[in-house]
Design a protein around this ligand. Structure first.
Ligand code: DGY
Length: 382
């Protein structure tokens, strides 16, 4: 029997409660755990509604506040790890599902598909779904790029959505995650990177199931909205340099279905507002730090201090830039964090103007080819 976890923070309680009821309606689900980041108004509403929902479904609904477990900013990582702790200590469920609380398109199918893959013996089931060609910009340019550079011979760069919060783990995997000090320390947005890394590194079998309906959720404004997530995901990724990964991973990716015109036409972020951010707030120190980077990047970005320019940041320049970041970046240093944001924003804008503009199918093909090319370069030692 399975449990479903929804980590949440200031969500729309109606969306979350609807998702709780949907999860409970699946015959395999015995318990839903809602883990709140804090005891705010949303938490109180969910906690008040839980007993009635539990009574009418004849199942368990638990609402808890996340514990302080990790050493980074208290965030989603503490929430996911608190749920694991709770479930492994107090229950005997053999499968645990995680879903983001704000999914508007959540249905029983998400649970059914994960259960079907687990029935085939897979130990980790990850959902993936179509995203706009200018969405998932941390996934492509930080996480998949970083995994390609650091672990080019592993399955890590080939995980479709390594930052996805929708997944199933068996009890054995949950125990391994709870026993891994590095995973437990990662209390912030870096948690998805660490769960992905730990499951692949320990050789658990992985199935990626395709949800054609997509994940309809809140949208972003400028890339500035993703700044904290970007920094935490990069710092999590770079902390893995030198770690070892199991030789083989059984990894199956379900074939992708047709992508809706709505997703193909969507623009993932506000381009205008992001361009303006590139030119704002440069410090002398950040300009000096540019000297660490290849000349074409340093000289290409320097004029951005006055007028945003991003043409220099093509696939090759980003690979070289990323390698310098892995070597030189100082975690938790605000000057480096700002510069990281600028470099990544320049990369996303350059890709938007030179690749995404040419259409969805071409852009997605380009991104997949880019990761493979990075794997080849990294495996070849260049
Ligand atoms: C990503 O890059 O996957 C983040 O969710 C932001 O879109």
């Amino acid at each position: 029997m399975s449990a479903v976890v929804f980590p949440f923070k200031r969500e729309d309680p109606d969306v979350l409660l609807k998702n709780v009821r949907t999860a409970l309606a699946h015959p395999r689900v015995r318990r839903v755990v809602c883990v709140g980041a804090e005891e705010d108004e949303c938490f109180a509403t969910v906690a008040r509604a839980a007993p009635n929902i539990a009574r009418s479904s004849g199942k368990e609904v638990v609402v808890i506040v996340q514990e302080r477990i990790g050493t980074k900013r208290p965030g989603k990582g503490d929430g996911m790890n608190s749920a694991l702790r709770y479930l492994l200590t107090n229950t005997e469920h053999d499968r645990i599902h995680f879903y983001d609380a704000d999914i508007l398109s959540f249905s029983e199918e998400w649970i059914a598909k994960a259960e079907e893959a687990a029935d085939q013996g897979y130990q980790v089931v990850r959902h993936y779904f179509p995203r706009a060609s200018t969405d998932a910009m941390i996934t492509w340019f930080i996480t998949r790029t970083g995994f390609a550079i650091l672990f080019p011979r592993s399955e890590l760069p080939r995980i479709e959505q390594p930052l996805g919060g929708e997944l199933l783990v068996t009890r054995k995997v949950a125990e391994a995650l709870l026993a891994d000090p590095r995973v437990q320390a990662q209390s912030d947005w870096g948690i998805d990177t660490l769960y992905t890394f730990a499951t692949v590194a320990q050789g658990f079998s992985i199935y990626e199931t395709y949800m054609g309906v997509g994940k309809v959720h809140k949208l972003y404004g400028s890339l500035g909205d993703l700044r904290t997530m970007l920094i935490e995901c990069f710092e999590a990724l770079s902390s893995l340099a030198g770690a070892s990964v199991a030789g083989t991973t059984l990894h199956h990716v379900e074939y992708q279905g047709p992508v809706s015109e709505a997703i193909k036409a969507k623009v993932g972020y506000d381009v205008d507002a992001t361009l303006a951010l590139l030119a704002e707030g440069w410090t002398e120190r950040q300009a000096e730090l540019l000297d660490h980077f290849p000349p074409e990047v340093r000289d290409g970005l320097n004029p951005s201090r006055r007028i945003p320019r991003v043409g220099c940041m093509d696939d090759k320049a980003w690979y070289d830039t990323y390698r310098v970041l892995l070597r030189e970046y100082q975690s938790e240093n605000p000057e480096w964090q700002d510069l990281l944001f600028r470099l990544w924003a320049a990369r996303v804008l350059a890709y938007t103007f030179s690749v995404a503009l040419r259409g969805y199918d071409l852009a997605m093909h380009h991104l997949h080819q880019m990761v493979e090319c990075y794997c080849r370069r990294a495996a070849g030692g260049s």
